[in-house]
Structure formats: C-alpha cells, structure tokens
Design a protein. Structure first.
Length: 199
C-alpha cells in the first residue's frame, strides 16, 4: 500500500518510503533524493505535491529511444539531447520530461535540476498513465516557466504536436506532424525527419 499508508508485516509495523514524516509540508527535490531507487515509478513534484506515475510501458520506451537517437544524429555541437533530467525553477515543482534539448554548458552548473531558461525544447511521450499531466498540467507549467517549445508525441495517434510559446505566455499549436512526409524545422536546431522513423 503506497502513499503513506501503514502496512502490517507479521508483528511489525512499517511505513511506505513515501510516508511523510511532516504531514502537510510540501515535497521538495531534497525529499525526492531521499527516496530509495525505484525502477517502476517516476516521481515528480507539482506545486509541492508528489506525482507518482508508472514508468512508460514498452511502446512508450521504444518511441522515446527512437526519437532520442534521431535528435542526437542531427543535433549540432554544443547542444545536448538528454533523457531523465529534471527541470525546476523553484522548490514547488520538479518535472522529468521524456527528452529535452539544452546547451551543453547547462550541465556544467551544480544543482539538482536544469533551470527552464536553459531548456530549448521539452518532449513528452503520452502513455495511459501520464496523458492528463502532459496535456494539461505540464503544458501549463512549462509555459509559465518560459520554455519556448513543447513537443507532445502521441504514439496512439502517431502524431507530434509542436507547441510554441506565444507573447501572452501560453502555448499555441504550431504544427501537428504525421508520418508519411518529411517535416522540417529550424527550432530548436535545423531538423528534417519523417515521423514514421519513430513509430
């Protein structure tokens, strides 16, 4: 039983690793670092609340891996295409996008997360367990943080939705890419690919 519920094991009482010792206090990156390694869940923070989602199912991982390789092949020197890196501009929220692109110099700084001002694009790949967060919560939070590009890959529909940050601080749909034709863009760097390469 997760989320701070007590469990009885024989005559002993134990607590879940997610049990908070200070009820009512917000979660922080420091709290996440104190959790034991867990290969089955992803832990993020939204406005001080802990978000626990299962790691992506197999097709999700395949799409992420293929897109990662595709971006790496075309990324110019000085830019890094990363996976598993956290993004946070404050102590209240911390997200781990499927992929992101940052200048390599951003990784030379000490810290537990990349600052959004350093991020050129974040990429999320939808899965049944995370679609709501990616389409609503993260869309809003990434825009508030000022990340200029947000890509949402939908394996079920086989689409890539490209969102660009508008002057009003919200994302607008810039393109919906489908397999079958080469899509070209100059941001976050010159790219050309057919989405069929990742599905």
């Amino acid at each position: 039983m997760l989320f701070g519920l007590w469990m009885t094991l024989g005559d002993r009482m134990t607590t879940s690793p997610l049990m908070r010792h200070e009820p009512g206090t917000p979660w922080s990156i420091v709290d996440l670092k104190a959790l034991p390694d867990d290969d089955t869940n992803r832990y993020e923070i939204y406005c001080g609340s802990l978000l626990v989602t299962p790691r992506g199912y197999m097709p999700h991982g395949l799409v992420v891996s293929r897109l990662h390789r595709l971006l790496l092949r075309q990324a110019p020197g000085g830019l890094m295409v990363g996976a598993g890196l956290g993004v946070s501009d404050n102590v209240a929220s911390y997200f781990i996008p499927a992929l992101l692109v940052v200048p390599e110099t951003a990784l030379a700084e000490d810290g537990d997360a990349l600052h959004p001002a350093e991020v050129l694009v974040v990429v999320e790949v939808l899965s049944p367990s995370n679609a709501r967060y990616d389409l609503v919560v993260k869309r809003d939070e990434y825009a508030i943080a000022g990340i200029p590009l947000y890509w949402i890959v939908d394996p079920k529909k086989q689409t890539l939705t490209v969102l660009e940050l508008a002057d009003d601080g919200t994302y607008r749909d810039a393109a919906v890419v489908e397999p079958g034709q080469v899509w070209r863009t100059d941001t976050p760097f010159p790219l050309a690919f057919d989405l069929a390469e990742i599905f």
